[in-house]
Ligand binder design. Structure first.
Ligand SMILES: Nc1ncnc2c1ncn2[C@@H]1O[C@H](COP(=O)(O)OP(=O)(O)O)[C@@H](O)[C@H]1O
Ligand SMILES: [Mg+2]
Length: 353
């Protein structure tokens, strides 16, 4: 028997715990029962990865030497700390949740192998062009609303004994919240330094610090709102425009978050890369579509508040990072940086709070 895409689909979708990672041949024959080391050739290419716990991402092209048929597989290896599986591999264990998605397409997960030291995730290879995020607000909104809808139902229907597992994957656990991404004040020192040389920024560290109680208040409100799966990594390289639709990859930032968080994550990605005028129009376009497609089970007001909360957290972190400030300075774009800070400071007022 040879391999083809159908064999791949029907023979796989497995999880296992192994004591060692074993050989690539053994790993492949676990997912592709038709695979035999002597009947196939494998060409492996390393792919660029930038998440901190990712050991590697590899593309394997497997060719059936008899028929010439090929199958392309992606292998992602993620390091464990204290034997704890990564959230990405834990997401893939729940992958059935996205069955039936029509808006975003998701590569097929062939299976996950856990060893004490790493998680090995095998998915199908997808091809396409990374989209310009600002141009696809109308596609993003229904895609995000669909993940929120499907996953919130899934959490709602899960058995009581699964609750502890989901609890550990929750966004609001202290072990996720310690990251600088959710503690923008840790980076204020870089703005203080800039303010010493540039008077326009003089008052900003104090004014930004005053946002802290507002962010805390919004976090507390969000915590008590409706839960769902959140991807939280809306970078253009995590999407591919393909004839089948918009493909989404890379669940390395996955958490059980709250309705609206992914919208905030997308809007903050646009905020990073666009000038103010473009950003404001894309945000408005996204929000108009999002409120239309958001499932009526969700509290719309709270979803929008959650969206702003996550947007604010993400953006404060990004624009206070020393590398971002240095980059704006080098490019002579400090005016734009100032405008971005002013926008973030005004946001709690814009939202009428
Ligand atoms: N299923 C896939 N199909 C095609 N390319 C992929 C796939 N998964 C990953 N890649 C490529 O590998 C890169 C790194 O993988 P990703 O899962 O995004 O890792 P990281 O968490 O390090 O960003 C992606 O930006 C993409 O170019
Ligand atoms: Mg990525």
């Amino acid at each position: 028997m040879g391999i083809d895409s159908n064999t791949t689909i029907f023979a796989s979708n497995r999880n296992a715990f192994w004591l060692s990672r074993s050989t690539l041949e053994k790993r492949l024959s676990f997912f592709l029962p038709a695979y035999r080391a002597d009947g196939f050739s494998i060409v492996t290419t390393g792919l660029a990865s930038n998440a901190s716990f990712v050991n590697y991402v590899r593309h394997h092209r497997i060719t059936d030497l008899r028929t010439g048929a090929t199958v392309d597989v992606i292998e992602k290896s993620i390091r464990k700390i204290l034997f704890i599986p990564s959230l990405e591999s834990r997401f893939y264990r729940e992958r059935n949740v996205l069955w039936g998605s029509v808006h975003f397409k998701h590569p097929i997960c062939l299976g996950v192998i856990e060893t004490p030291w790493e998680s090995l995730i095998f998915t199908s290879y997808v091809q396409g062009r990374p989209p310009r995020l600002a141009s696809i607000a109308k596609i993003m909104a229904p895609g995000i609303a669909e993940i929120e809808n499907l996953s919130s139902r899934y959490l709602g229907f899960s058995a009581w004994w699964q609750a502890p597992k989901f609890w550990t994957m929750d966004f609001f656990r202290p072990w996720y919240l310690v990251r600088p991404r959710f503690n923008f004040e840790r980076y204020l020192h870089s703005l203080v330094k800039l303010a010493r040389d540039d008077n326009r920024f003089a008052d900003l560290p104090r004014r930004l610090l005053a946002l802290r109680p507002i962010v805390r208040r919004e976090a507390n409100r969000a915590k008590n709102s409706q839960r769902c799966f959140c991807h939280m990594d809306y970078l253009r390289k995590n999407f591919f425009q393909s004839p089948q639709g918009l493909q989404m990859i890379d669940w390395s930032e996955f958490k059980i978050g709250r309705v609206g968080f992914d919208g905030g994550s997308y809007v903050s990605a646009v905020f990073r890369r666009s000038d103010m005028e473009r950003f404001i129009s894309v945000r408005a376009e996204f929000l108009a579509t999002y409120v239309e497609v958001l499932d009526p089970r969700f509290d719309q007001q709270q979803a929008l508040r959650n969206l702003d909360y996550l947007f604010l957290q993400n953006s404060l972190w990004y624009f206070l990072r020393p590398t971002t400030i240095a980059d704006y300075k080098r490019r002579g774009k400090l005016d734009l940086l100032l405008e971005k800070y002013e926008y973030l400071l005004a946001l709690p007022l814009i939202s009428g709070r």
